[in-house]
Design a protein around this ligand. Structure first.
Ligand code: XUL
Ligand code: CO
Length: 436
């Protein structure tokens, strides 16, 4: 059975191609900045939007036409869907995918039954991984959909909800390990609050840290050496999510002695909901040595929620790739399309158009970012801006040779600081446009 009979493997045809089912910029084998595009970008398809998204919104039910679905929530349907997923990912040519436990297999009437359902689908995922060579970028557990998690999972006031979530993470780690997953992500689904009058924040944060330490310990126990990630998001579903942005996550990881174990999985639409750019979030994580992976999507500046659209803005992808390259690029992580087709784009072929567009936008962003770096003019301007820190007084301060009193002495003698030089923002923005 084939779910996409009219579609062959998506070819690279170059920038002049008029074929909407071809890449114009993503050529997996092309070497950019010393590395194949495939290895720079490590594209990943998400199971939850692409194979479970129905296009429902608060005003109406799903619209998606998915002929391979039999309309039931059976294990057999889930296994069939898993095969379709791999047909899609293989034809697209993405090397990775990512899933939540409950995306791939139906939740049963008990934890035991849910685990059995998961095993039955994981065996198909494993077969399909072996058949295609597609790998698992990261696994995760859905700790937010079931009503038992209405108050949170790791931060729930109900200790048995915490225990259930722990059991779910244990199983999700086991299957991620079994599938050779390269990472494991925690997005704090309902780890936050709606109202502080009923919330013991201190206690909830302590519990969340214990929860993560338990996962780190269990990974050691079973020999899972993949990278753990924590994914910042400021709001939705709760009014305030504890992992609100990169800086808040870093603070939390440092406070609870978790910096050695988790890196950040940054998402563009989450960055903008937090009032930041994605470039800011990547730079914040990179500067702290905690840059892990990215959930590539985009929001809509006129809509205040997480619209999870496919990224098509070359300026955005250039910023992402330039900042990633500055910190050495992606290693364990990937460019994971946590993005969904619009409700109005309901046909299976729209899944291809969406991913092709996102992959081409990132490939172009990578090539432009590499050009900016190779040309060196931007770097020279930035180096020049900080040049007075590389010798003389600046270098002495950086080397820790001064204190307030010694600096006072120097400035009393000079009377005034050296004149400032222009930041040249407009000139730099013009320069960036010359590479686009
Ligand atoms: C939610 C979100 C999640 C995580 C995985 O906004 O981004 O899908 O990426 O749980
Ligand atoms: Co995400």
């Amino acid at each position: 059975m084939t779910a996409f009979p009219d579609i062959d493997r998506i070819p690279f045809e170059g920038p002049d191609s008029k074929n909407p089912l071809a890449f114009r910029y993503y050529d997996a084998d092309e070497i950019v900045d010393g590395k194949a595009m495939r290895d720079h970008l490590r594209f990943s398809v998400v199971y939850w939007h692409t194979f479970r998204g129905q296009g429902a919104d608060p005003f109406g039910p799903g619209t998606a036409v998915r002929p391979w679905e039999d309309g039931t929530d059976s294990v057999e349907n889930a296994q069939q869907r898993a095969r379709v997923a791999f047909e899609f990912i293989e034809k697209l040519g993405a090397p990775f995918y990512a899933f939540h436990d409950r995306d791939v297999a139906p939740e049963g009437a008990s934890l035991r039954e849910s685990n059995e359902n998961l095993d039955a689908v994981v065996s198909v995922l494993k077969e399909e991984q072996e058949r295609t060579g597609i790998k698992l970028l990261w696994g995760t557990a859905n700790l937010f959909s079931n009503p038992r998690y209405m108050h949170g999972a790791g931060t729930s006031p109900n200790s048995e909800a915490f225990a259930y979530a722990a059991a779910q993470v244990k199983k999700a780690l086991e299957v991620t390990h079994e599938l050779g997953g390269e990472g494991y992500t925690f997005w704090g689904g309902r780890e936050g609050y709606q109202n502080l009058w009923n919330t013991d924040m201190r206690r909830e944060l302590d519990h969340l840290a214990m929860f993560l330490h338990m996962a780190v310990d269990y990974a050691k126990e079973i020999g899972f050496t993949g990278q753990f990630y924590i994914e910042p998001k400021p709001k939705e579903p709760t009014k305030h999510q504890y992992d609100s942005d990169a800086a808040a996550c870093l603070n939390f990881l440092r406070q609870y002695d978790l910096m050695d174990h988790l890196k950040l999985n940054l998402e563009t639409n989450h960055a903008t909901l937090a009032g930041h750019t994605m470039q800011h979030e990547i730079d914040t994580a990179g500067a702290a040595g905690a840059l892990g992976s990215i959930d590539a999507n985009t929001g809509d500046m006129l809509l205040g929620w997480d619209t999870d659209q496919f990224p098509t803005d070359i300026y955005l992808t250039t910023q992402c790739m330039h900042t990633l390259l500055k910190y050495g690029g992606l290693t364990t992580g990937g460019v994971n399309f946590d993005a969904k087709v619009r409700r109005e784009s309901f046909e299976p072929i729209d899944l291809f158009y969406a991913h092709i567009g996102g992959m081409d936008a990132f490939a172009r962003g990578l090539k432009i970012a590499a050009d900016i770096r190779a040309d060196g003019r931007l770097e020279a301007i930035v180096n020049e801006r900080y040049a007075n820190w590389t010798s003389g007084l600046g270098a002495e301060i950086e080397a820790g040779k001064h204190n307030l009193a010694s600096l006072e002495k120097i400035m009393l003698a000079k009377g005034e600081a050296t004149a400032n030089v222009s930041g040249r923002q407009e000139m730099i923005e013009n320069l960036i446009n010359t590479y686009l």
